[in-house]
Design a protein around this ligand. Sequence first.
Ligand code: HEC
Length: 130
Amino acid sequence: MSKTLPTPARFIQLGKLILLATTLTTSAILISCGGASEMAEGKAFFQTKGCTECHAVSTFGLDSQNKSGPDLADAYTDVQKRFGTSLENFLKSPTGTMQMVLKDKIKLTDDEKRKVIELLKYAHENKPGK
Ligand code: HEC
């Protein structure tokens, strides 16, 4: 009746293979979810806050309603060129149109400003065709 049972060594080898496969699948899922959630979050954030009235954010597939502001997909580095300061400082003490917008029209909490920086950094680094 005795069939040949797998030897312990074979079990260990099989175990290692399964472990490797699970690790690979898990990392793949984590990586893809990471990107997908940034995309979804970015899209929802700029739309809900009303930024898309004047700005497109092309990385997140967002169009602007009146196109009066620049595409925010470049803002992370463009603010430095245009205003001579970092995006962080620009959001703290904005000038020009954004000074009025952030004072009267759209209020951003400190947490939301951090979110803007994080999402616009992501939008810049993941802009298609870059
Ligand atoms: C009423 C229109 C309007 C709204 C709403 C608006 N912006 Fe702007 N924004 C502008 C304009 C116009 C500029 C171009 C700079 C200027 O003219 O002063 C600008 C510039 C910027 C810049 C600098 C971009 C660059 O490339 O230098 C950032 C960053 C920015 N806006 C973020 C936001 C965020 C975040 C929101 C939503 C919370 C928002 N804006 C809502 C009109 C708007």
